[in-house]
Design a protein around this ligand. Sequence first.
Ligand code: FEO
Length: 169
Amino acid sequence: MICERMEKAFLEQINKELFSEYLYLSMKAYFANLNLNGFVNWMDVQVQEERAHAMGMFDYVLERGGKVELEAINKPQTSWNGPLDVFKAVLAHEQFITSSINALMDVAEETKDRAAMIFLNWYLKEQVEEEANVGNVLAQLELIGDDKNALFALDKELSTRTFVAPVIG
Ligand code: FEO
């Protein structure tokens, strides 16, 4: 059975993961309006990943005999100053999520919830990957600058990203 403090921490994180899904959905709409379909695809994969992250915790809390009460999701930002601005925001957001998962791990340690620690290891590893992926696109955008041809080449590359349902835990 999950303790109340750990349950509360997981519920807050579920809300953050659902907000992440919402934020990337908003970014997907932004790129669709720019007709950058590869970026749209990249965001679409990101949206699906965030839903999977949220559902992994959702199912876990229930599996541990906890109760899932969902809270309202904040309205995400809806406009940015171009792709570079978007990816700076994505990296900042993923860094925020990483620190938030680290805080969740702190709660697991403080409450001596070893099962939760093992479960959260997956999320910590996933955040390393998330930050690396985003950092890679951001670095390319910084190199591209105002070169439209290079931007379209990157857009084409991002159109190949596919969603693979993660095995969490
Ligand atoms: Fe669920 Fe992108 O962290």
